[in-house]
Write a new protein. Structure first.
Length: 127
């Protein structure tokens, strides 16, 4: 049978409250065959794990921001490639290179409402 899951934030807060109450009212008592010191040690371990998780979350968030900045930089740079290929007489806007960049070849563009005919499985403007 699976153990019940407890929401970490609320649960950690509640554990601290219980431990503080135990310390104030019956520090020498044992409950569930455990001492106050054992509970304090357990909560310290939980706090250390939570602090580590918070640190890792912060680092992961910083890494996501850096990654997103790098993506933005390279996406801006990629415009030079697209415009360069379009302007390059060796390739141009009707080349396979241009199409492989994810752009539509000039010969594939539909302009206005001109009728089209089927050629090689692709729609082309009627000439």
């Amino acid at each position: 049978m699976a153990r019940k899951k407890y929401p970490p934030g609320e649960s950690i807060e509640q554990l601290h409250r219980i431990c503080d109450a135990w310390r104030r009212h019956a520090p020498d008592a044992k409950y569930g065959n455990k001492t106050l010191a054992e509970m304090q040690t357990g909560i310290t371990g939980i706090d250390q794990k939570q602090n580590r998780l918070d640190d890792l979350d912060s680092r992961a968030n910083a890494m996501r921001i850096e990654r997103d900045d790098d993506i933005a930089d390279w996406m801006e740079f990629s415009k030079f490639i697209r415009f360069g290929v379009a302007a390059d007489p060796a390739f141009g806007e009707d080349s396979a290179f241009y199409e492989d960049l994810g752009l539509m070849r000039v010969s594939e563009r539909k302009i206005g409402k001109e009728p089209t005919k089927e050629t090689d499985g692709r729609q082309r403007r009627a000439s």
